[in-house]
Design a protein around this ligand. Sequence first.
Ligand code: CMP
Length: 140
Amino acid sequence: MAIQRTFSIIKPDATARNQTGVIAAKLEEAGLRIIASKRIRMSREQAEGFYGVHKERPFFGDLVAFMTSGPVVVQVLEGEDAVAKNREVMGATNPTEAAEGTIRKLFAENIERNSVHGSDAPETAAEEIKFFFTDAELVG
Ligand code: CMP
């Protein structure tokens, strides 16, 4: 399997609880390299744009409010089969369904306050990386 890049967000529930380091460690332990990282406060426009695919869903307003409620850490991860590897270490979207040892099982509070986001496919990853990073910020 080739080296891939994927996009990750450590969400406001995790930054509020000072869990950015332990979550980054889980990603690194899984063999993913953090080749770019920044702590930002997402604007409403950014959150609405980033999650635009969900705009007809009943949870969209709450999701945007949550993602703008505090700082997040946006990251680019690189490694062999990075998209799938990141999804494996994150665990299921709903923490009640997440496997033991996964980030969401360990840290998520509920399906909305679920600590991390990860791209669902290589094509989505490329778009999501471009949404938050310039090429010059991908420093390796
Ligand atoms: P994420 O991987 O960031 O992608 C979309 C987010 O919407 C998802 O994680 C959840 O945080 C949130 N989400 C998905 N389904 C629901 C739901 N049924 N209720 C509330 N939030 C949801």
